[in-house]
Design a protein around this ligand. Structure first.
Ligand code: NAD
Ligand code: UD1
Length: 341
């Protein structure tokens, strides 16, 4: 298929490009580079052995999107473009609603005007809020999102479902990611966070590489095996392959379909730290800090639906995730070419 990939120079987008080409698809990438570096695309091109057409544009820019769509035909769009920092979204709610919701509304409109009504959307387990069931199936009711970032995901799901209800030509696949970590085993592409990382794994790798003195563990009094938070960490290469598998749903004209992309396995913060230390033979100093506002105790998926309907299953374990995250950070201590994106 010929696929428009928005946000394709970002963390998950870049890994997905590699898997799309491996499966024989063609892509065109759109990104405004607000949270990524064009070097990522050069690295992907080296991995896939092809030049990838790239448009540096903002999905809120209707004119540029129109022009790009006039020059290209697409069978489907995989839509990663969006802002994703939870804390920042609390500080700048307008910017998050305008970028994520405004941008997606423009994208959807330009797509339908050009007759492309197939979309795969990056949603998040955050839409379950404090989940009503563990493990979480897709039947779990959505919960209260405590921050604007999470609300944009939840609202965009509703918007796309309503559009599909009104116009059956649309096929909408909502992928709810659990916690993506790891990197391509080549160590040439990976996560390149801006400033102080919010998420656990990039923080750990920055401690490992000597950029930060120690990890703060947010709370050890949760009702979990060791008191620290439990999450469903998924290797980004498995997640990327989940998008290739999701194209099958588009091909069989799914209407609207929702899938959890997780491993089904929950690990605590300290289990992740210990595994990282063991696999990479590096000590990660840490201290216990107060709970982080908005955190939940336990979140892990039941990924059976994606396996049953898409034949997709995560194959990489926690040790692979820890090894590949470190391999990326060690080989690229300053991210892409030392240029902070
Ligand atoms: P990322 O920031 O690395 O990638 C997002 C890309 O979108 C960036 O390259 C950025 O420059 C681009 N972008 C942002 N706004 C844009 C705009 N208006 N026009 C064009 N490009 C724009 O993030 P990621 O981790 O690769 O996440 C990809 C998607 O998956 C996001 O929508 C994110 O919210 C979602 N998601 C991520 C996680 C996670 O833990 N990483 C979890 C759940 C969902
Ligand atoms: C966070 C976001 C979620 C988003 C996801 C992916 C919050 C409340 N939730 O999920 O909306 O979809 O990232 O971007 O921010 N931890 C530490 N020390 C750290 C960092 C994290 O102990 O320095 C702990 C957390 O308390 C949590 C676990 O590690 O128990 C994972 O945290 P993180 O990687 O930030 O992911 P989530 O909180 O699950």
């Amino acid at each position: 298929m010929r696929i428009l990939v928005t946000g394709g120079t970002g963390f998950i987008g870049s890994h997905t490009l590699v898997e799309l080409y491996a499966a024989g698809h063609e892509t065109i990438v759109v990104d405004n580079l607000s949270n990524s570096n064009p070097v990522a695309l050069e690295r992907v091109e080296a991995l896939v052995g092809k030049k990838i057409p790239f448009y540096q544009l903002d999905i809120r820019d209707r004119e540029s999107l129109n022009q790009m769509m006039e020059q290209n035909h697409f069978d489907a769009c995989i839509h990663f473009a969006g802002l994703k920092a939870v804390g920042e979204s609390v500080e700048k709610p307008w910017e998050y609603y305008e970028n994520n919701i405004g941008g997606t509304l423009t994208l959807l409109d330009v797509m339908r005007r050009h007759g492309c009504k197939n979309i795969i959307f990056s949603s998040s387990a955050t839409v379950y809020g404090d989940p009503a069931m563990i493990p979480i199936t897709e039947a779990c009711p959505k919960g209260n999102c405590t921050n604007p970032y999470g609300k944009t995901k939840s609202m965009l799901e509703e918007i796309m479902m309503d559009m599909q209800k009104a116009d059956k030509e649309w096929n909408v696949v909502l992928l709810r990611y659990f916690n993506p970590i790891g990197a391509h085993p080549s160590g040439t592409i990976g996560e390149n966070p801006n400033g102080i990382p919010n998420n656990l794994m990039p923080y750990i790798t920055q401690v490992a590489v000597g950029k930060r003195p120690e990890l703060g563990v947010f709370g050890n009094d949760y009702d979990t095996p060791d008191g620290t938070g439990v999450r469903d960490y998924i290797h980004v290469v498995d997640l990327a392959k989940g998008h290739v598998a999701a194209l099958q749903a588009i091909e069989r004209k799914c209407g609207c379909a929702i899938y959890n992309l997780g491993t089904g396995q929950g690990y605590t913060v300290l289990q992740l730290v210990k595994t990282f230390e063991k696999v990479n033979n590096i000590k990660i100093p840490y201290s216990i800090k107060p709970r982080r506002a908005g955190d939940i105790a336990i979140c892990y998926s039941n990924p059976a639906k994606a396996e049953k309907e898409l034949g997709w299953k995560a194959e990489r374990g926690l040790e692979d995730m820890c090894r590949d995250s470190w391999n990326w950070q060690r080989n690229n201590p300053e991210g892409y070419g030392g240029v902070e994106s």
